[in-house]
Design a binder for this molecule. Structure first.
Ligand code: EPZ
Length: 420
């Protein structure tokens, strides 16, 4: 296990290149096993979740090899096992995409229930409801989900609530069902669109991804495809906030600016200057920042995965800010750690009230999950003195090379092993 040591109050300046989107990668890689052939996936982030999924593919009989650090060749020439209940599967939530992928190709799947972050209950009832609507029998028990069907038949599915994972998982299963499936009240996140685009490159017939209604004409089989995944909206937002919280001037490159609109608008409201270019955004915070209120919503609203990070920023802005977390039941657990750095945050259920403070100060803190860990790093960058952040394994799940990317921008940050 490692820790990060950060000496704060260094203005970040320069350029940072954003890696491929974690939440697209963790859907596209399982989707690759739907083809009886080879896919080449480019622009993958070099993160733990990607390697974990590769091990799962290998254990069910597929093959993978890294063509380079960010490009994977996945050979899913069958037959593959349809049972994935080993340790790698239990380690991450996105393993549930193997349910939709295996059910699509083999009409049967057995997958261990996901682990994932610790911010509240993370049910998958909407995923299973979608599979049942397509005609599958789904049995849950002993931490494993079993699903099977003589055939999957397209139908109309109205999502009780907007769910990224359920939208993608149902799309996977419906891609090889008989007939047409309509998913209404679908999630519109960029990684939903990215997964649909990859499936269409494999021969699927999916229309409407990115809107509330996705229409899928099922096909009998899919072939491998070459595909480059989109840049990571959340990593990009994290570095935009890093520039703002240090009063820096940073060009965030290799992004899709449109995906950043909700954060761009919020930073503009906070008196941060933003320059948009074709595939980059320049963030310059040379004025005093204003406080602001934030409500997290499904895309295109303000992303919940940037909520801890914007709370760290607002903790450094004079005045009172109110954050409402509308997606997850309990996504303020990290606030206790933020308070150790001097942040003044009061939490009441899904609402956090921040009293911006003059100066955060260094302390020993821990990452309680992936994005909370990123928030600790951001607060440490602004804090006076040295901060030690434990639980870096969480941060490594979603941020490639974080200490080098920040170091190249002028941050004083280093990784150290924790003595056992
Ligand atoms: C995805 O999780 C992301 N993870 C999460 O990012 C992100 O926070 C979330 O979408 C929302 O944008 C991946 O893509 C791997 P949901 P997911 O289904 O799909 C409820 C990160 O930091 N719900 O959109 O699991 C659920 O409890 C991670 O990268 C059900 O009730 O999220 C939540 O309140 C953290 N039943 C809401 O819907 C279900 O069957 C949205 O969840 C599914 C979800």
């Amino acid at each position: 296990m490692d820790k990060l040591i950060v000496r704060g109050q260094k203005r970040l300046c320069g350029e940072v290149s954003i890696s491929g989107a974690k939440n697209a990668a963790v859907a596209v890689i399982p989707a690759a096993i739907m083809a009886n052939g080879v896919s080449v996936i480019e622009n993958l982030p070099g993160i733990e979740d990607v390697s974990c999924l590769c091990h799962t593919i290998e254990k069910i009989g597929g093959k993978y090899e890294y063509i380079d650090k960010h490009t994977l060749r996945i050979d899913a020439t069958g037959p593959l096992e349809t049972c994935a209940t080993f340790e790698e599967v239990q380690r991450m939530r996105a393993s549930y995409y193997f349910l939709g992928a295996l059910l699509a190709r083999y009409k049967k799947a057995e997958v261990a229930l996901p682990g994932g972050c610790n911010f509240g209950v993370r049910p998958i009832d909407l995923h299973l409801k979608g599979f049942r609507a397509l005609g599958a029998t789904v049995i849950e028990g002993d931490g494993v989900v079993k699903a099977y069907a003589d055939k999957l038949v397209g139908t109309s599915i109205y999502m009780d609530q907007v769910s990224v994972g359920a939208t993608i998982n149902i799309m996977l299963a419906a891609a090889m069902a008989e007939g047409v499936t309509t998913i209404e009240n679908a999630a519109k996140e960029p990684h939903v669109v990215d997964t649909a685009n990859y499936l269409n490159m494999m021969g699927a017939k999916i229309k409407g991804a990115g809107t509330d209604v996705i229409r899928i004409h099922g096909v009998k089989e899919l072939h491998g495809a070459q595909y480059a995944i989109i840049p990571d909206q959340i990593e990009a937002g994290t570095y935009m906030i890093a520039a703002a919280i240090t009063g820096g001037d940073v060009l965030v490159k290799n992004i899709i600016p449109k995906h950043m609109d909700s954060l761009t608008a919020k930073l503009d409201e906070m008196n941060v200057s933003i320059e948009e270019h074709d595939d980059s955004i320049r963030v310059c915070a040379d004025q005093a920042l204003h406080c602001a209120n934030v409500k997290t919503m499904s895309y295109p609203g303000f992303p919940t995965d940037l909520q801890p990070q914007i709370v760290a920023l607002l903790s450094c802005c004079e005045g009172k800010s109110v954050i409402t977390e509308n997606v997850w039941d309990n996504r303020f657990q990290y606030v206790d750690e933020l308070r150790k750095l001097g942040a003044k945050v009061e939490v009441d259920g899904r609402v956090a009230t921040i009293q911006g403070t003059e100066q955060l100060h260094g302390a020993k803190v821990k990452a309680t999950d992936l994005r909370a860990g990123a928030a600790m790093v951001l607060a440490a960058l602004a804090a006076e003195g040295e901060t030690e952040i434990d639980g870096v394994k969480y941060i490594d799940r979603g941020y490639e090379d974080i200490e080098h990317k920040l170091g190249n921008l002028g941050a004083e940050i280093r990784r150290e092993p924790i003595e056992e």
